[in-house]
Design a protein. Sequence first.
Length: 515
Amino acid sequence: MKTRELALFLLIFSLLTACMARPVVSTPPAPVSATPTSAPAATEGPAPAVVTVEPTLPDGERWLKHFREDLLPFWDRPEALGNPLGNFPSKRCNDGRLYDKKSNPCPEIGGNGWLKLNLEYTVSRSRQTYAYGVAFHLTGDPRYLEYAKAGVDYLRQNAFDRKNGGTYALWNGESQTWEPALPFRNPQELAYSLLGISFYYYLTRDPEVLPDILAVKNFIFENYYNPDLNALQWMQAADGSGTNPRDKRLVAQLDNLNAYMVLVTPLLPEPERSQWKADMVKLANLMIDEFYSEEDGLFFLTVNDPTQKSLKNAGTDFGHSIKAMWMIYHVGRIADVPDLVSFAQTNGPRVLERAYLAENGSWANGYETGGVLVKDKEWWVYNELNQFTLEMALADPSLARYLPQTTDYYFRYFVDHKHGEVWTMIDNATNQPKAGALPKSWPWKNAYHSFEHALIGYLTAQQMNAQPVTLYYAFQHKPAESAIQPYFLRGDLAKLESEQKDGLTVYRAEFRNIR
């Protein structure tokens, strides 16, 4: 963004924010400020109008405060770290303690037949590894990089199938085996096994871990891409559950992009970089061709025949649709394919318009079959909608109109202000955690989405306020400065300094012009 464009952005943004912050007159009960609980005495004269100040867009410091105080403490405690360190537990009770069917049978786990099984998942460990990487990235505290490295080491030593290729999905504590067998693994779980390791590589450029990333990526594309489907298929053989191994599922394609490819591709040497770019473009185009409905303006989750790509016959959530838009946008930028960038910039905001609930300033979750809007909200869907909006608002400030309300709602209702982290699902009617929902820590909810949300919030808020972004790295060998970028985004590296912390060389990078 050139200086003149930045000035124009800041002018538009400041006017927009000022309008959002304008005091408005409302009648009790006010949604933000407290209202009187009793009528004033007659001698006091007419009751004053209740003045409610609309929420404003959080700045970078507010996002860091959210990260440090709302999120990090839930994961920075002994119960979260595993035994040995890096063997992170796949589930914990809502108060942060470990589940034990005798000494601590918390109902959110004990009452769930699946969660109380003695199973530990690669996805959750990889996501928690990612989270400690984000903690180091934002704070520069070497302790968090130590935790991330422990997670990387545990996964590489245990979850990687060194004989057959790929990775295992889970550890079965009853049978003391890693599972499932090779034919029954799927590309989504394989992709997420690389999430934490890939973020660690982004932070350190550790040459020891790159071969594992390359090997698993190659394993996925060589074993799952089916030209007859024009997609990565779900499994290599039927597992007896009734699942079609040739299922054509959006997440099998999409999660390879967001878990590791979009982050790692710009960091690769040739010829791998060019090959990964081509594969990302293939995934982006096939997602549009096979899963996107122009009529509904949404992506659908499983499309084995064309009738499943319609709200008349299938439901879908806004989270996968907006994440697909976000990844397609970044693939287009990385591979220099303007049509992909334009597709996301044009169609993504249409998803936001449908998802926004003006009644309470929040995001809805998606649609049931037949087009019935689901207003209750899951944490990850909410995060994805906010993240896309935050980044797109850098180029289109008009999209920032959603963010003061949606972010205020998130801070107010999703955050567990007593024990930390965010709830899995919020009931739209009550703005309270939905009864019977899964706990705050379970195999597919281990800090990833909430931490990424905070990271994107900080990066974009700093740019919106014309403030520099500070991030921390631990490069084993300093890369070219052009290869040092702020996560999925781009920025101008204004300053790079290094210091020794507990025997670790920590690089403090300052970016401007985030875009």
